[in-house]
Design a protein around this ligand. Structure first.
Ligand SMILES: N[C@@H](CCC(=O)N[C@@H](CS)C(=O)NCC(=O)O)C(=O)O
Length: 215
C-alpha cells in the first residue's frame, strides 16, 4: 500500500497520483499543503525536509520526495516494459523528454506564465510585458514538443510510459489557462488523447481555481 501526502490540486502530486492509477496500485492520500497545511510540522519535515508535496511511502519503506523521482521509482518497480523500458538505451530516449520538460518547459510555463497569471502565493507581481516575453519564449519549446509528438501517439512512441506522466500532467494547465499559445496540432491531439483516459481526468484535470489569489 502506498501512502501519499499531498493535495489533489498540486500538479506534482497529480503526476504521482496519475502514475499510481495507471499502474493500478493501492494507495491512501492525505490532503497536505496549501490551504490544508500540515507540510511544515516536525513530523512532515522529518519525511521531507523541503516541506513541499508530494511525499510518498511504499509500505514501511523510506519516505520519497521529488515527484519525478517518485514516478520513476513506481514505474521501475511496478511498470511493465513499455511503461519503464528495461534497456537504458531505449529508456533514455524517453527520459530525455521527461528531464527536458522539468528543466526547460516548466520554468517558463509554470514559473513565468502560470504562477504570475494565477497570482499564486509567493509569485512576484507581474511587470509590463513580462507574460508576453514568457509566452514568446515558450512557443519554440511547445513547437519542439509538438514535433516530437508527431512521431507517435505518446512520448515514447506507441505506448504510454513514465515520461508521459512527467510531461503529460502539465498539459491540463497548459491547455486550459487563458494565454497566447503556439499552434501545435500534434500536441493538441496528444492532450485530447490523455484527456480521454479516465485516470487522467480523475487525477490531473483538477480545477486550479482555488489556487488563484487575483481574478
Ligand atoms: N520539485 C518538486 C516540487 C514540489 C513542489 O513545489 N510542490 C508544491 C506544490 S506543486 C508545494 O508543495 N507547494 C506548497 C504547498 O502546497 O503548500 C517536485 O516535483 O515534487
Amino acid at each position: 500500500m502506498l501512502t501519499v501526502w499531498g493535495r489533489a490540486t498540486s500538479s506534482n502530486v497529480q503526476a504521482v497520483m496519475w502514475t499510481i492509477a495507471e499502474l493500478g496500485l493501492d494507495f491512501e492520500r492525505h490532503d497536505v499543503g496549501h490551504a490544508h497545511g500540515g507540510n511544515k510540522t516536525a513530523d512532515y519535515l522529518a519525511m521531507n525536509p523541503n516541506g513541499l508535496v508530494p511525499t510518498v511511502r511504499d509500505g514501511d519503506g523510506a519516505p520519497m520526495w521529488e515527484s519525478a523521482a517518485i514516478v520513476r521509482y513506481l514505474a521501475a518497480r511496478y511498470g511493465d516494459a513499455a511503461f519503464w523500458p528495461r534497456d537504458p538505451a531505449v529508456r533514455v530516449q524517453l527520459d530525455m523528454w521527461a528531464e527536458w520538460i522539468k528543466t526547460s518547459f516548466v520554468p517558463v510555463f509554470t514559473g513565468q506564465i502560470f504562477r504570475p497569471l494565477m497570482a499564486l502565493a509567493g509569485s512576484t507581481p507581474m511587470q509590463p510585458g513580462q507574460v508576453q516575453a514568457a509566452t514568446d519564449a515558450l512557443k519554440p519549446l511547445a513547437l519542439r514538443l509538438d514535433k516530437r509528438l508527431g512521431d507517435g501517439p505518446y512520448l515514447g512512441g506507441a505506448e504510454l510510459s513514465f515520461a508521459d506522466m512527467i510531461a503529460g500532467h502539465l498539459l491540463y494547465r497548459y491547455c486550459t489557462l487563458d494565454f497566447d499559445r503556439a499552434v501545435t496540432p500534434s500536441l493538441d491531439a496528444y492532450y485530447a488523447r490523455l484527456s480521454a483516459r479516465p485516470h487522467y481526468r480523475d487525477h490531473v484535470m483538477v480545477s486550479y481555481e482555488s489556487l488563484r489569489t487575483r481574478p
